[in-house]
Design a protein around this ligand. Structure first.
Ligand SMILES: [Zn+2]
Length: 388
């Protein structure tokens, strides 16, 4: 079929505009009432293609047409099941997957395809609410999802329990368990930069940072566990790192990395917490990542590359607030010069400890970024005078 493109008119354009309007990509005021493929339609088609991972050309060819067609389905309008060999696809499948993910079921990625993993997640949900676990999403399952869905608006139940537990556990750091994860190691050095006679590797730098952080936390009465030593034989996969933190019942998980880029001008610090493009997010992870980001930027002056949501295994599988920090670009001469200075690394470590402390402060007792004196925490512990 010839792609439908800007300038075209006719019933096909009306259909396209109707679907785009339903997806809120076109204004409800004008969307359905025109048969012209105008500039607004083109923008909406591009946005749609972008959101579906299609090539973005602003035209509706066969692939985009199929995706638009699948987008019509609203959750609840048909029974969903794992069909073989051609799986069901559609917007309703995506909504179902998002809902399952929000509730803590492992439906994989919200890719709008009803595959084995989605079917398994549905079966698990059915088992837990007392329905026959057949992996098929019909009216009964849909009803149960709706009832429960309302209760867990804003996050999966586990995360609600998580932020509740943090509020109730009080502000002290004493007795908490923090797992610190220096990235890479073993056969995987991470980012490597030959620097004259020296050779800086990400794996070595982040292990040094982790040890300093361990010392600081320990001085504040925190139990600390590192996921690896300075020179492990092999590189532990992220899944194992997450499982280690889970098995230790850690309160907080901190993964340390440096970034690298072919362009030496790329520089700065970024933090990552669990979340998906569809707005599913770990509320506590996001708060922790935000605090770490702000404290580091304020205390070190590294460029602010902001906080981002990612569905990486490390963040997805950890059951406690988890943050991955990319503390500067080893490939940037500016960042590198600072990172190899031990005093700078101490500043980084103070920023991270301050952020973790702030996560446990009730909102009304939170302090301005950069103001918390980490050495006071230590003095208070030394005096047997737990900060509360
Ligand atoms: Zn790394």
């Amino acid at each position: 079929m010839r792609p439908i493109r800007p300038g075209d008119q006719g019933p096909a354009v009306i259909e396209i505009r109707a679907v785009l309007t339903g997806l809120d990509l076109l204004s409800k005021a004008t969307g359905p009432y025109s048969d012209e493929f105008d500039a607004a339609t083109e923008r909406a088609v591009r946005a749609f293609q972008q959101s579906r991972g299609l090539s973005v050309d602003g035209r509706v060819g066969a692939e985009t047409w199929r995706a638009l067609d699948a987008a019509r389905w609203r959750l609840g309008a048909r029974t969903l099941y794992h069909a073989v060999p051609v799986p069901l696809t559609g917007e309703d499948v995506r909504s179902l997957q998002e809902r399952l993910l929000e509730m803590g079921y492992d439906a994989g990625r919200a890719d709008a395809i009803y595959g084995v993993r989605t079917s398994r997640a549905v079966a698990q949900f059915q088992r837990e609410v007392g329905l026959a676990p057949d992996g098929t999403c019909g009216p009964h399952t849909m009803g149960a999802l709706r009832r429960l869905g309302r209760k867990v608006v804003g996050g999966r139940p586990q995360w609600l329990r998580e932020s509740d537990a943090i509020r109730q556990s009080g502000p002290t750091l004493v007795g908490r368990t923090v797992v610190i994860d220096p990235g890479h190691g073993g056969t995987d050095p991470g980012v490597v930069v030959p620097d004259g006679p020296l050779r800086w590797t990400e794996a070595d730098l982040v292990h040094d940072l982790a040890s300093r952080l361990e010392g600081r936390f320990a001085a504040s009465g925190v139990r600390v566990q590192l996921t690896r030593g300075p020179a492990p034989e092999t590189c532990l996969p992220d899944i194992d790192r997450a499982q280690l933190a889970n098995s230790l019942g850690a309160d907080v998980f901190i993964s340390l990395h440096t970034d690298g880029h072919a362009n030496p001008d790329a520089e700065g610090v970024a933090t990552y917490h669990y979340g998906t493009d569809n707005g599913v997010t770990s509320a506590t992870g996001e708060r922790l990542a935000g605090l770490v980001q702000r404290e580091i930027v304020a205390r070190t002056g590294l460029r602010d590359c902001r906080t981002h949501a990612k569905a990486w295994d490390l963040l997805r599988l950890t059951r406690m607030p988890a943050v991955r920090i990319e503390v500067g670009y080893l490939t940037s001469p500016t960042d590198r010069a600072r990172l190899i200075d031990p005093r700078f690394r101490d500043k980084l470590v103070e920023a991270i400890v301050a952020a973790v402390q702030r996560m446990y402060l009730p909102v009304e007792r939170d302090v301005p970024t950069g103001s918390l004196d980490v050495s006071e925490l230590r003095a208070a512990v030394a005096a047997g005078n737990v900060v509360d």
